[in-house]
Design a protein around this ligand. Structure first.
Ligand code: SAM
Length: 277
């Protein structure tokens, strides 16, 4: 974590170039120092503090909770993943209300969670002041632990909402509610890393040219996807090892040049036309 930051205010960025600013610091402290209404979306995958039925299970290391037995690649550990249920909810409400201040009116917010933390996450989103609008599903297809005699935990969830009213007439097409995306080891840089194609699909909710904030960026998958779509990015990560990986991935992405065209599927008016036909 950046030492120059201990006295408050915004820390020196860990990296700043071409529309991307990364901080290696605690999310709450950075959020408190970011200017009002300075980003167009919040898209984040916070530590879930999940991984067990009882408190003792949650206290184990992320590698014990989240890495499948037999995984060959060892990735750095991370902290902040062992709050009990109530303190997790209070903590989320704190940073979510800071995110709301930093986001422009009408901005979307997307929050990853698992089945166990889904209820507390939807509560915290609303406690933070956001309008809760729904839950999108990430179907990991085969990429989950097989379990005898039980339904597979095959999905994670994207709790989403907006900072107040969210007009239909934004520069964004119609989006799906289920995203199928397998985790590929070659595209996984964090113990709980999200697939880059999944993040690209989710970021289609951001208007062209917008700035995306991820206060728990881990290995920077949101940032890589943002660059892919030509969006700006502000990322925060407390573990230096992951901030370094995020920086490297984002720099590598920037050096590849060509950006994906923005998708426009249907507008609300088109749908109404189709419905009328
Ligand atoms: C679930 S991971 C994000 C993974 C990311 N989506 C990816 O694809 O790499 C959550 C991250 O939040 C970081 N973290 C935990 N507590 C934090 C805090 N208070 N401030 C900033 N980062 C924190 C952890 O170090 C971890 O890397």
């Amino acid at each position: 974590m950046t030492d120059a930051f201990r006295g408050g205010g915004l820390p020196e960025p860990y990296y700043a170039s071409g529309g991307v600013t990364l901080y290696n610091a605690d999310a709450l402290a950075v959020l408190a120092a970011l200017p009002d209404a300075s980003v167009d979306a919040v898209v984040t995958d916070p530590p879930y503090s999940s991984g067990g039925m009882v408190r003792g299970d949650r206290m184990t290391k992320p590698s014990t909770k989240y890495v499948q037995t037999g995984t060959a690649i060892a990735r750095p550990e991370f902290g902040g993943d062992n709050r009990d249920s109530r303190s997790y909810g209070y903590w989320c409400a704190l940073w979510l209300s800071e995110c709301m201040r930093v986001a422009k009116a009408g901005s979307p917010i997307l929050l990853f969670t698992d089945w166990r933390q889904l209820p507390i996450t939807t509560d915290a989103l609303q406690a933070g002041g956001w309008v809760w609008r729904g839950i999108a599903v990430w179907d990991k297809e085969g990429g989950c632990r097989p379990t005898m005699g039980r339904f597979a935990s095959q999905c994670e969830y994207v709790v989403w909402g907006s900072n107040g009213a969210m007009p239909f007439e934004r520069e964004v097409g119609v989006l799906p509610g289920v995203f199928r995306s397998v985790v590929k080891q070659a595209d996984k840089f964090h113990m709980t890393g999200k697939p880059t194609p999944l993040m690209v699909d989710l970021l289609r909710i951001v208007e062209p040219g917008g700035v995306v904030l991820d206060p728990f960026m881990g290995s920077g998958s949101t940032g890589v996807a943002a660059r892919e779509l030509g969006l700006g990015f502000v990322g925060v990560e407390r573990e230096e090892s992951y901030a370094a990986i995020a920086r490297q991935r984002i720099e590598d992405r920037a050096s590849q040049g060509t950006l994906l065209p923005p998708t426009v599927v249907y507008r609300q008016a088109d749908l109404l036309d189709l419905g009328a036909a």
